[in-house]
Design a protein around this ligand. Structure first.
Ligand code: DGJ
Length: 706
């Protein structure tokens, strides 16, 4: 609910269990009051005379005021939310003009966002340049979550040098930041850093949200753990360059702000034009990181991801990438399909290499016509259908090899700086999605394949970061390139994904290099990492779950020794970890024994039985893999069913029993793998999982309420 308390000129925004409050001060600035656990609408406030619109300097130093939309130049010296330049004048002075409360959140032009209800829109006006700034705030009755973004409509031509989505000032405290950092094949590892005076920044300049730093930041109190303490979570619904910044300045308070990365960014806004920032998702939890994660999961499952896909049975795929890489032909693919018969695997996905002259990663990318010398696509599809399976196909629409017909025909269609050899990465260039003709070509080329063959599933890949942040077509507006690229990407998704509602789309960027809420608005799941090793995946999936639901994580069982790190785990362990998401297989099934194939068919059955829990349940992270023991519990909303999956990394001889303490159970008794136990005993005495002998062994515990 959103309340406007007129006598205080104060706004009380109430999401489930949470209050967010600010007021209009006597100068017309928006002073932040509170964000945290739900409180009354009676914060004691000075009764300033209402802002009368008279042009005057701020009557107090803004550096000491908690601000909803801080700007540099009028006495606040901390990090600002927006920076505008009106022909060299970089001072903008926005004051409150009015507000409206609407029952349904307006969509953000050209950008993904959550479907939202009640929304407060504050209008501020910069009178010298007659420019209007709108701040949007959306609340949720069922979630401790809030959405924010801003829209600027220029009254005079200007340049936007920073366009962040939100800013928040929190009272003094012992804060720590939590970020999800890593690398290709080592994505989203949790890093916790004490915050002190100065600036802390998590950002990407790679043109993608990146494996190195995810667009997620949590700010927690020092004593916050998985289940206790204050946790503030911030995530951007955006897939490109971003920045999330914290600052502690002279008064010891903490500012958190973020949005589009302003490094190498600026945007020319002509008089009358509007610019929108990406949406920021803010969560507050007084139940630690676990409470914060569950709010993000519910928010994304219920309000971001396609409702027709998010909760329904996912394809259980067999993907040929790690089975064959580029070394395949029609017979090999059909043999893999044959080997999948009877396992319950229901979708065959043909990965990279079916098009153009693509026999390795040096050629053919961009030429989306079937290479008939390599594969008889109709035959493979018919074979999959005859085996009772659906058919999926790999694309990498945003890229081109130098050795391709597309590049030869349009060498200027890539991001590049005139006269300079563009950086190559994986032997490929980035197509310039800022250009309409390039996007039109991609839509036509991809749609042509999708409309000519009965394709049920698409894996949309993207295998390199953006370099040469230049689109020659933009002339002097080069600093708009990366953001325009992402707007172009979302435009492609609208025109390819949304126009093929019967095709299931999975996102991928060398695995998990673009795992973000922007992508999830179009793709219900994302290939979580190119690292398919089960032990490595415990870290990746554990970290990813801080912000993103398990149903968003595509997880495959692959061969041993693992192709990325040489480790070997049992088929059971690989299956147990891959079951903690949208599961699938990625190995040469023809090389497995019949007993291994039998084991896979049991795994698939087991997965189907637990998939409702995976898609709809609440996650409790019971033990961090950093400790040597990974454990994750997923419990149904009604508490009637739960599953716990644990992996012990290294087997230590003569070690005492490892104990797990499940959470979120309802009062009464549960059957734990068949043994009856009381909730209190389970929660306080704990469960003693019996791991199989050896390293990297897993256990699953099934709890059923009696
Ligand atoms: C990177 C993906 O993450 C892999 O799964 C595979 O599709 C390759 N690209 C193919 O080039």
């Amino acid at each position: 609910m959103i309340f406007y308390k007129k006598e205080q000129q104060a706004f009380y925004l109430e999401s489930k269990g949470v209050t967010y409050a600010f007021r209009v001060d006597g100068d017309g600035f928006l002073e932040h009051l509170y964000f945290g656990k739900s409180i009354g609408r009676d914060i004691p406030l000075p009764s300033d005379p209402a802002w009368d619109g008279t042009e005057r300097a701020p009557s107090r130093s803004l550096n000491e005021v908690r601000l909803e939309c801080p700007l540099y130049g009028r006495s606040d010296f901390r990090e600002c939310m927006l920076a505008l330049d009106f022909g060299g004048v970089r001072v903008a002075d926005f004051r409150y003009e009015g507000h409206e409360i609407v029952p349904v959140k307006p969509t953000i032009q050209g950008m993904p966002s959550l479907r939202g209800g009640e929304t407060l829109i504050i209008s501020l006006r910069e009178r010298v340049h007659n420019t209007v700034l709108k701040l949007f705030y959306t609340v949720f009755e069922d979630l401790p979550m809030l959405l924010r973004h801003a829209e600027i409509t220029a009254g005079d031509d200007c340049k936007i040098d920073r366009a962040f989505s939100f800013s928040l000032d929190l009272p003094r405290g012992d804060y720590e930041s939590i970020t999800l950092v890593g690398a290709h094949m080592r994505e989203r590892r949790i890093v916790r850093t004490p915050l002190s005076h100065g600036i802390f920044k998590a950002d990407s300049k790679r043109g993608m949200s990146s494996a190195q730093t995810n667009p997620f930041l949590a700010v927690v109190k020092k004593n916050t753990d998985e289940e206790r303490g204050d946790a503030y979570g911030f995530n951007l619904v955006y897939s490109g360059d971003f920045a999330l910044v914290t600052q502690i300045e002279q008064n010891g308070e903490l500012r958190v702000t973020g949005g589009l990365n302003d490094f190498d960014f600026s945007w020319e806004l002509k008089k009358g034009e509007t610019f929108a920032t990406p949406e920021a998702v803010l969560v507050y939890s007084d139940r630690g990181l676990g409470g914060m994660s569950r709010a993000f999961h519910d928010g994304y499952r219920n309000y971001l991801i396609d409702q027709n896909r998010v909760f329904s049975a996912r394809p259980i795929v067999i993907n040929n990438w790690e089975a064959t890489y580029f070394d395949f032909n029609t017979e090999k693919l059909c043999a893999i399909i044959d080997a999948a018969r009877g396992t319950g695997i229901d979708t065959f996905v043909l990965d990279d290499g079916w098009f153009g002259v693509r026999r390795n990663d040096r050629a053919g990318l961009g030429d989306w016509t079937v290479n008939e010398d390599v594969v008889d696509l109709r035959k493979v599809i018919a074979h999959a259908h005859e085996a009772g399976m659906r058919f999926g196909l790999w694309f990498e629409p945003e890229m081109v090899n130098r050795d391709s017909n597309l590049y030869r025909a349009h060498p200027d269609w890539i991001l590049h700086a005139e006269g300079m050899e563009p950086c190559m990465s994986r032997h490929q260039y980035v197509l310039d999605l800022t250009r309409k003709e390039v996007r039109d070509h991609i839509v036509e080329a991809v749609s042509n394949v999708l409309d000519s063959y009965p394709i049920d599933y698409v894996k949309w890949d993207m295998n390199r970061p953006l370099t040469e942040n230049v689109s020659p077509s933009l002339g002097t507006r080069g600093k708009e390139t990366h953001h325009r690229y992402i707007l172009g990407l979302y435009n492609l998704f609208e025109r390819v994904v949304k126009t093929h509602p019967n095709v299931f789309f999975e996102g991928c960027a060398s695995g998990g290099c673009r795992f973000d809420a922007g992508i999830l608005a179009y793709f219900p799941q994302i290939w979580t990492s190119d690292n398919t090793d089960a032990y490595a995946r415990t870290f990746i999936q554990y970290g990813t779950s801080l912000c993103y639901p398990l149903s968003a994580m595509s997880c495959h069982v692959s061969a041993v020794p693992n192709h990325q790190c040489g480790r070997s785990e049992s088929l059971r362990a690989r299956g147990d970890i891959a079951h903690l998401g949208a599961t699938g297989y990625e190995l040469d099934l023809t090389k497995l024994s019949s007993s291994e194939r039998q084991e896979i068919s049991e795994q698939v059955k087991e997965y189907r039985a637990m998939s409702e829990l995976i898609f709809r349940g609440d996650v409790y992270r019971l033990s961090d893999p950093e400790s040597g023991l990974f454990a994750m519990e997923i419990i149904s909303k009604d508490g009637k069913e739960a599953v716990i999956t644990a992996m012990r990394s290294i087997y230590t001889v003569n070690e005492g029993p490892l104990r797990l303490f499940p959470k979120g159970l309802k009062d009464g008794e549960y059957e734990v793998n068949g043994v009856l136990m009381d909730k209190k005993t389970i929660e306080h005495y704990g469960l003693l999982p019996e791991f199989p002998f050896g390293d990297f062994a897993t256990v699953t515990l099934k709890l059923k309420k009696r």
